[in-house]
Design a protein around this ligand. Structure first.
Ligand code: GDP
Ligand code: IMO
Ligand code: MG
Length: 423
């Protein structure tokens, strides 16, 4: 397998964790390069469920090196908890299979508090963030006032700086009428977690460059999705990092000319968590999927908004990420539908649009033009080969791949590792 970037081609939760786990069988290294613990990647192996937030999903397979790159924002308390939680589930996590960049930015306790206070202040206009402090952490990074993982190696200096930043943040929190943080408790909790993280820190840029030279196979695990990208997403209803394929290079230090393939993951329908326009949103399909116990967030437990497959967006995702191959997940979610709708273009006034408009107000006014497909009305969860799928299901998957403009490579028919069909 060539060095491959896997991105989400919709609004996140496309099943990236599951597909990464599947592809890891042929990889040596799995790298996370952006986002933070706003991500929630679910992998089910032999009936056991694992939810990864900061640690690459590759950790579930033996002999794989997992790297958290410089572009990721790390809440040390959350990461320490994730390491301990995985160990409790019997997964080995040591510096032999996990490396953390020494220049990734830290999500500090006040980032989380500020995230929540800002959302409260926005009221109805809120973004609907995960409340994990992601926006404030990236804001500090680009404002050049952030703190980085490498600083954890000098605990005394780190504690002094953290106290100063906490004091500053408390002034802002008070002004926003939010509860200030107890400086001592926040500092102690963070320093305790820092002790767990410290042994994993390394210059991951040099490590990855050596692995490229040694022809090791890398898999870059995208977090969030294309339309949550800070540049290409439905701004301002986005996250604060580049979730598209370019982010994998800047967030890891692996240069673009060492990447050979981009795989886009998308659901056979569409979901979105949080606020923001969603042209194909449909209450009927939302109620239907929630009724099946599906589509509740892996990080916050919020019910995901659901809608029909939107080829206008995935077409743009294929373009901006350079998607070579597609992995379509949650095919089985449509198993019982009589008719399945797919948005092939938008109507905006008298114009017909093939790509989403950049302006959020214009996007809110777009009316989907649908094409209807007959449902296959058969259980697909037991399918293991392409030809096991009902002909109408194959036709649907090929149609949405064609509308997106990339080759179908993987079809997923259930959350389990084995419920994956390689074309
Ligand atoms: P990620 O954030 O992109 O890794 O996706 P999440 O894990 O947040 O959400 C995807 C959900 O779909 C998880 O509950 C997965 O277990 C589940 N999933 C992935 N692929 C399939 C599939 O083909 N069928 C079904 N039924 N569930 C799937
Ligand atoms: P994975 O990796 C789905 C959404 C939030 C909100 C917006 C901004 O599991 O696909 P943030 O906390 O990042 O500032 O929130 O982005 N969001 C996600 N939605 N999946 C995710 O990650 C998400 N990470 C952030 O719901 O709308
Ligand atoms: Mg998720």
């Amino acid at each position: 397998m060539a060095n491959t970037i896997l991105v989400g081609a919709q609004w996140g939760d496309e099943g990236k964790g599951k597909i990464i786990d599947f592809l890891t069988e042929r990889a040596d290294i799995v790298v996370r390069s952006q986002g933070g613990n706003n991500a929630g990647h679910t992998v089910i192996v032999d009936g056991v469920k694992y939810v990864l937030h900061l640690i690459p999903s590759g950790i579930l397979r033996k002999g794989i090196m997992c790297v958290i790159g410089n572009g990721v924002v790390i809440d040390a308390v959350s990461l320490a908890g994730e390491i301990v939680g995985l160990r409790k589930q019997g997964i080995v996590v040591t510096p032999k299979n996990l490396m953390i960049s020494d220049c990734a930015h830290l999500t500090l306790p006040f980032h989380r508090a500020l995230d929540k206070a800002k959302e409260t202040a926005k009221g109805k206009g809120k973004i609907g963030t995960t409340g994990r402090g992601i926006g404030p952490t990236y804001a500090d990074k680009v404002s050049r006032v952030g703190m980085r993982t490498g600083e954890l190696l000098q605990p005394v200096r780190f504690a002094e700086k953290l106290k100063a930043r906490l004091d500053e943040a408390n002034v802002v929190l008070k002004a926003m009428k939010a509860a200030p943080l107890d400086v001592k408790a926040a500092r102690e909790e963070y320093l305790e977690a820092a002790k767990i993280i410290a042994p994993f820190l390394a210059n991951t840029v040099v490590y990855l460059a050596e692995q490229v030279k040694a022809k090791k196979q890398m898999l870059f695990e995208g977090a969030q999705g294309t339309f949550l990208d800070i540049d290409f997403g439905t701004y301002p209803y986005v996250t604060s990092s580049n979730t598209t394929s370019g982010g994998a290079c800047t967030g890891s230090g692996v240069p673009p000319n060492r990447i050979s393939k981009v795989v886009g993951t998308m659901k056979a329908y569409t979901t979105r968590v949080g606020e923001g326009p969603f042209p194909t949103e449909d209450k009927g399909i939302s109620d239907f999927l929630h009724g099946l116990g599906r589509e509740f967030g892996a990080t916050t437990g919020r019910a995901r908004r659901c809608g029909w497959f939107d080829a206008v967006f995935t077409r743009y995702a294929a373009m901006v990420n350079g998607i070579d191959e597609l992995a379509i997940t949650n095919t089985d979610g449509l198993d019982t539908m009589d008719t399945i709708k797919v948005c092939v273009a938008y109507k905006l006034g008298r114009a017909k649009l093939e790509y989403p408009p950049s302006d959020i107000d214009a996007l809110s006014k777009c009316v989907p033009i649908y094409q209807e497909f007959p449902g296959w009305k058969k259980d697909t969860t037991g399918a293991r080969k392409w030809n096991d799928l009902p002909p109408k299901c194959r036709a649907y998957l090929q149609a949405i791949s064609k509308l997106t403009g990339a080759k179908l490579a993987i079809a997923s028919v259930g959350p389990g590792r084995e419920q994956t069909i390689l074309l």
